[in-house]
Every structure is written in C-alpha cells, then in structure tokens.
Design a protein around this ligand. Structure first.
Ligand SMILES: *[C@@H]1O[C@H](CO)[C@@H](O)[C@H](O)[C@H]1NC(C)=O
Ligand SMILES: *[C@@H]1O[C@H](CO)[C@@H](O)[C@H](O)[C@H]1NC(C)=O
Ligand SMILES: *[C@@H]1O[C@H](CO)[C@@H](O)[C@H](O)[C@H]1NC(C)=O
Ligand SMILES: *[C@@H]1O[C@H](CO)[C@@H](O)[C@H](O)[C@H]1NC(C)=O
Ligand SMILES: *[C@@H]1O[C@H](CO)[C@@H](O)[C@H](O)[C@H]1NC(C)=O
Ligand SMILES: [Ca+2]
Ligand SMILES: [Ca+2]
Ligand SMILES: [Ca+2]
Length: 437
C-alpha cells in the first residue's frame, strides 16, 4: 500500500470533533510508532496519535483534554503484478537443461511483502513437463527453465502461457488482468547428436569354439539427426581380448580369433565389447554400443593334476604315499568326475597302483617299500566331457632315507636322472641327425 500518509489518517478523528461545540485548537503530538518485529516479517504498521485539545483558542486559561488514538493500518494487496512485456523470447539448444529466460514483472505494492512477491505458473504449452518456472527471490523475476531436455527433431518451437499472481490474495475489488499473463516463444536449436544403437546393450549367445571369421551379429545404430542426412561408420572401441572386428559400413561383427570362455577377459561366461558409431556431422558425434556375448562351454581344457611332487621314506609303514587331486577349467559336464589311471608301468613288476577316492581325488599306493631314488609315475586324468579329454602327466616321487625326523632325499639321484634324460634326448637328436645324413 505504502502511500497512506499520516495527514490522511489524521483527518478522520477530527471529523466529529467540531460538533462538540468547542472552539478548538488542536495541537497534536503524534508519536508515530512502527512496531517492526524482526521475526514477524510483515507486521501491520501501528500509528499511535496523542491528541491534545485546548479551548479558549489555545490560551493558557483554557481547558485542556488529551486523548490517544491508535490506528492499525493493514497493507492491502490492491495491485496485481503485471508482466513488463506481452511476449518473451528464448532460445535453447536441444539436450540442454537450465534457466532459459527471466520474465520480468512490476507490482506497485510494497516490495518484499506477500502483496508484491510473484508466484508464476505455466498454464499452457507444457504437456511433457519439460519446463518449470520459479520465482527469483531477489528480483521477483520468473526464472523459466528446461528440466527435461528438448528434442529439436520432435519440436523446434514451443509456446508457453505463463500466469503471475501474488503470494497474498488481491483485495476483493481488484482482479488479475490480461497483463498478468504472458507468452514465451521458445526456439530449440539443432545439435549434432551421436548415433544410437538398437538395442543397447546388445546380447548374443555363441559357442566358444566357433571358427575364426564367424559372424557374431550385425549391429544397428541410427542417427537422431533425422533432418540432416548423415552417414554412420562403425569401429571397435573396447575389445579387451582382441577377438572381434566390425565392418565400418554395414556393422557386421565377426571374430578374428577363437573365443575362449575360460579367458580372464570373460566374466560369468560373458564377454563384453564396446563399439562406436560415428556420424558424418561437423564436428562428428559418436554413440557407444555395448555387446555382451554369452559363451557356451566346449570341452577344450584337459584336467590338470596336483601335486606333481611327493616324498616318501624308504621304510615307510603307510604306503598310501599321496592324495592326488585334479581340476578342469571347463564347466560341467566337461569337468569332473575324473578318471585317474596309471598310463603304463615301466619295468616288469608292478610298484604302485592308483585308487579313486571321489569325483576329483585319487590316491597313489606303493605296493612295496622302494629304494632311495627319484621315480616318475605316469598318470593320466580324463574328464567327463563329450568327447573326453585326457592329460597324461607324471608324478615325481622321491623316496628318501629317513633318520629321526630328517629326510635325506639325495638330490644327486634327481640330478642323475635328469642328466640321463638330457643325455638320452641329445643322443636321440644326434641319431636323428645322423640318420638324415
Ligand atoms: C536469469 O537470472 C539469473 C539470476 O539473476 C541469472 O543467473 C541468469 O543468468 C539469468 N538467465 C538469463 C537467461 O537471463
Ligand atoms: C534399426 O533400428 C531401428 C530402430 O529400432 C529400426 O527402425 C530399424 O528398422 C533397424 N534397422 C535394421 C536394419 O534392423
Ligand atoms: C557387410 O559387409 C561384409 C563385407 O562386404 C559382408 O560380408 C557382410 O555380409 C555384410 N553384412 C550385411 C548385413 O550386409
Ligand atoms: C597336465 O597336468 C599338469 C600337471 O598338473 C599340468 O602342469 C599341465 O599344464 C597339464 N596339461 C595341460 C595341457 O593343461
Ligand atoms: C574328495 O576327497 C578329497 C580327499 O579326501 C577331499 O579333500 C575332498 O573334499 C573330497 N571331495 C568331495 C566332493 O567329497
Ligand atoms: Ca540433432
Ligand atoms: Ca571350455
Ligand atoms: Ca575339460
């Protein structure tokens, strides 16, 4: 309200006083007291008037009377906020969010009161809830912002109808007029967007041993910039094991190596590679597509045996010398149960045998105490795959002399045996060469 001044208020207590028949001269002291309470932001201003009335023309002999008038003034919301323009313009790039335009209003009520503060709302043109408007508390402006990125290819223009009201209601005989609404014309600018893969991520299932050069799939990326005529080129972005290639023009993905489910690059049977689709815009924009290849197991790993070395005393009472285990990187049914066998017994008499314990373990048992020496026990382990795979390997058994708690497993024997082996192989090489001559 604001412009209500003291004189205006002061006239009203006097309107009845002349009827009292006195010659009145009035001196008034008004102590004008605004009670502003810091924690009650909008307290009604309160005027306290102390009025002294003197008769006899105010001469000293006259009589004097005083009265106090307390006047409360309610500031009233008697002005509607009005936009400073009928139409506002804004430009925004597609895909971007944030404030795009500040709408300005004027309101002739007291600033920083509910009668002045503006509340904005979008009353038309926002079906996708892409826009929001909030009051700037400092300036009372309406900050119009994009909250969901706009798409140039769907709509290049938007028209919004905005209404402004005050926080406090208007007094009954005032209404919001046409200036309390404005239109905002929004122009969306085209941006070169990266191609998009369909679907993303892509998923295929393949056997791990498909031949090199097999087609895995043909990817499909499209460019969102449908109004520009762009072409797309594909490339491999991340292929941790180096197994794949992509045709740059038609997106056909092929293998350049044998896929391996047991590779450290495969997690939970899934190999993940990333591809790029690059458009011909200036500058070019890129989209990334993820391919998950689920690899089906094939029996391509032989079992391996552990331990490969065992020691026993030459006078041992317990001749069950070692428990052997086997493991296989493949999945069931291409792994255990394993079959453990002695490949071939060298020498005329049987020195040891092998006993199955369970699906994964077996036990080597000596048939008699052996002399101190190193022995190689040829063992074959076979998995349950179709077809099964066999690992033929050797268990090295050291027979040692045991005195008290000390084991003496002379290394010379081991050295002797390996030296003999080396000599033998050298000899065979030599013989082969000799035969060729
Ligand atoms: C709108 O007003 C805010 C606060 O004053 C300012 O930061 C912003 O840049 C303005 N935005 C536009 C588009 O004018
Ligand atoms: C690629 O995907 C888009 C969108 O799903 C589809 O319209 C188009 O037919 C697909 N193209 C091919 C070659 O599959
Ligand atoms: C893509 O091109 C390659 C090489 O010309 C071809 O072998 C392949 O069949 C093509 N793929 C499609 C889906 O046309
Ligand atoms: C066969 O088993 C041995 C002993 O465990 C292992 O060292 C070797 O790697 C296995 N062979 C193959 C081809 O895996
Ligand atoms: C097989 O036997 C070995 C040795 O006794 C044992 O450690 C392992 O737990 C057994 N495995 C199963 C599946 O029972
Ligand atoms: Ca675009
Ligand atoms: Ca396998
Ligand atoms: Ca296997």
């Amino acid at each position: 309200m604001g412009e209500i001044g003291i004189p205006k208020v002061a006239t009203f207590p006097f309107q009845n006083w002349p009827q009292m028949g006195y010659v009145i001269s009035v001196v008034f002291f008004f102590s004008l007291t605004f009670y502003f309470f810091f924690f009650q932001t909008m307290e009604s201003p309160k005027y306290e008037l102390v009025i002294e009335a003197k008769d006899m023309g105010g001469m000293d002999v006259g009589l004097t009377g005083t009265a106090t008038a307390t006047i409360l003034i309610d500031d009233k919301n008697d002005h509607a906020p009005e936009f400073t323009k009928k139409e506002f313009q804004a430009t925004v790039k597609e895909g971007v969010t944030g404030v795009i335009v500040n709408l300005t209003v004027g309101d002739r009520d007291d600033p920083a009161t509910g009668a002045w503060r503006a509340v904005y709302s979008i009353i038309n043109g926002n079906p996708g809830q892409s826009f929001e408007i909030h009051t700037n508390p400092q300036t009372n402006e309406g900050m119009l912002s994009v909250v969901k990125p706009l798409d140039y290819e769907i709509s290049a223009f938007h028209t919004l109808l905005i209404k402004v009201e005050n926080e406090d209601p208007l007094i009954p005989d005032i209404t919001y007029g046409p200036s309390s609404t404005a239109t905002v014309q929004i122009t969306v600018e085209d941006v070169n967007e990266g191609p998009v893969f369909h679907p993303n991520p892509m998923a295929v299932t393949k056997q791990e041993n498909i031949p090199v050069g097999s087609v895995v799939l043909t990817v499909n990326a499209t460019d969102p910039d449908t109004l520009q005529h762009q072409t797309i080129r594909y490339s491999v972005y991340k292929d941790p094991a180096g197994w794949l290639e992509i045709n740059p023009t038609n997106g056909t993905v092929g293998t350049t190596a044998v896929l391996d489910r047991e590779s450290p690059f495969v997690h939970n049977n899934v190999y993940t590679a990333l591809f790029l689709a690059i458009d011909s815009g200036n500058p070019p924009a890129t989209g990334t597509g993820t391919l998950h290849i689920t690899l089906e197991d094939v029996n391509d790993n032989v079992p391996s045996l552990y331990p490969t070395l065992a020691k026993v005393c030459d006078d041992a009472k317990d001749l069950r010398v070692v428990v052997l285990g086997a493991s296989d990187k493949d999945l069931h049914p291409n792994t255990d149960p394993f079959k453990f066998e002695l490949s071939k017994q060298s020498g005329p008499e049987k020195l040891w045998r092998i006993n199955r314990l369970n699906n994964t373990h077996a036990q080597v048992i000596l048939l008699q105490n052996l002399k101190k020496a190193n022995y190689n026990i040829p063992i074959s382990v076979t998995d349950s795959g179709k077809p099964p795979l066999t690992n033929t390997t050797e268990l090295r058994l050291q027979v040692c002399t045991c005195k008290k708690s000390k084991m003496d497993c002379s290394a010379s024997d081991a050295l002797h045996i390996s030296l003999t082996l080396i000599l033998l192989s050298l000899l065979s090489l030599f013989c082969k060469c000799f035969a060729q001559l």
